[in-house]
Design a protein around this ligand. Structure first.
Ligand code: GDP
Ligand code: MN
Length: 385
């Protein structure tokens, strides 16, 4: 789960990190009022995506009037950054914050290292908007330090990192405290990333000018305060709908909708579609305990995607029974109507009954002998062959 910059800064502030104040607003008038608190201010688009600076989502205003004019243009705009994809993201709110003068931009983050069951602190002397280029072209400028998830972070590790990124001596105590705050936040709130970029050096010490905090979806239920920060406007409506039904669904940009049970089968279905030259429109696992109602919701989500040109239903009935899947599909198809071909591969518990329900539904169904046959037929159908 992602949150906005203004929320991330608030959270970091609660953990004792040095963050600038600010006002998150939704209208140009509010931006005007907020800007009165500052001589010079920065207007920052609040979207769940980075690269805003380069994309035109971070602008300096020298007066409340200018802040209002910038907010007028920014609120409602479709902001395209190298992280949003070409479709961009609609800006619904902006952060009005003091324009801070700084001497240097550093990069600092805490991320997970699942492979080694540890945390990794990543730091660089060359923070700012070019960090991706630095990482790609000069990886030696990025310093990585493993940290135990059990013992937590130790002060001497911070001193070592500070030395390796050439942090001035006087800033070390503050840097140590900041890293302690970041790792504590990471562990206590089940984060998957706590990132400060840039972390700037000002005359008064270090300041987190931008912050990004992501959470492990599977652990959000443990933190009602974090769950409350969720902004559904920023999420794919199909994914929001899927989460209401407790379905594992991820939108992709291909043309073949996949309805599958089991995460492993869902992954291999995507792979086999690709190996026959097609592109999946989604990852969808209806799970083992899906009801006909849940399957109907899943099918409806697939059908609501305009890019879907064919649907591949690939079910292995184990705990999940084939007739339950078939019933859900037919119910959804009756209420919404289906215009695309449906390729079905059913196997396992109650397979005969499932096939019968589908055959008698009157839908345009192409049955497949096995998974490869199904994938081949789905790719052909999506291509209009
Ligand atoms: P991002 O591009 O989405 O990561 O947005 P950032 O918040 O990191 O802003 C991009 C860049 O704008 C930063 O690297 C800074 O150079 C600049 N910037 C952001 N806030 C301020 C500020 O308060 N003062 C100054 N001088 N520059 C800022
Ligand atoms: Mn940034």
């Amino acid at each position: 789960m992602k949150i906005h910059e203004y929320q991330a800064k608030e959270l970091l502030g609660q953990y004792g990190a040095p963050v600038p104040g600010g006002y998150c607003v939704t209208t140009p008038e509010e931006a005007y009022e907020a800007a009165k608190n500052y001589g010079k201010c920065v207007i920052k688009a609040q979207i769940h995506s980075g690269g805003r600076g380069k994309g035109g989502g971070v602008k300096v205003a020298n007066s409340p009037e200018e802040a209002k004019a910038i907010a007028e243009k920014m609120i409602g705009m479709n902001l395209v950054t190298h992280q949003t994809g070409p479709q961009g993201k609609k800006v619904r709110k902006v952060l009005v914050t003091e324009a801070v003068a700084y001497k240097h931009e550093y990069y600092l983050s805490v991320a997970g290292d699942n492979e080694n069951a540890r945390l990794t602190i990543i730091a660089s002397r060359e923070g700012g908007t070019e960090i991706e280029e630095v990482a790609a072209n000069r990886p030696e400028a990025i310093v990585q330090t493993p940290v135990s998830a059990v013992l937590g972070f130790k002060s001497y590790e911070a001193i070592d990192i500070a030395d390796r990124i050439g942090l001035p001596e006087a800033l070390k105590p503050q840097f140590t405290k900041l890293l302690a705050s970041m790792t504590r936040l990471y562990l206590e709130k089940d984060c998957s990333l706590v990132e400060i970029n840039p972390l700037v050096e000002t005359d008064d010490g270090l300041l987190c000018l931008d912050a990004k905090v992501n959470f492990d979806d599977n652990a959000v239920y443990r933190h009602p305060d974090i769950a409350a920060l969720r902004d559904k406007d920023e999420e794919d409506p199909k994914e929001v709908r899927a989460s209401e039904y407790d379905l594992s669904y991820i939108s992709l940009d291909g043309s073949i909708g996949c309805l599958v049970n089991g995460a492993g089968l869902a992954m291999s279905t995507m792979d086999i579609i690709k190996s026959f030259g097609g592109q999946p429109a989604n990852f969808l696992d209806v799970g083992g305990s899906a009801t006909a109602e849940k399957v109907a919701a899943a099918f409806e989500i697939l059908l609501s995607d305009e890019n879907v040109k064919a649907i591949f239903i690939n079910i292995f009935g184990g705990i999940m029974k084939c007739d339950v899947i078939a019933e859900g599909v037919v119910t959804a198809a009756r209420t919404i109507g289906v215009k695309v071909p449906i390729i079905v591969r059913l196997e396992g518990t109650n397979v005969a009954l499932g096939k019968k329900i589908l055959a008698e539904s009157g839908m345009n169904i192409i049955s497949a002998a096995d998974m490869a046959d199904g994938a081949r037929k789905a790719v052909a159908a999506a291509a209009g062959r």
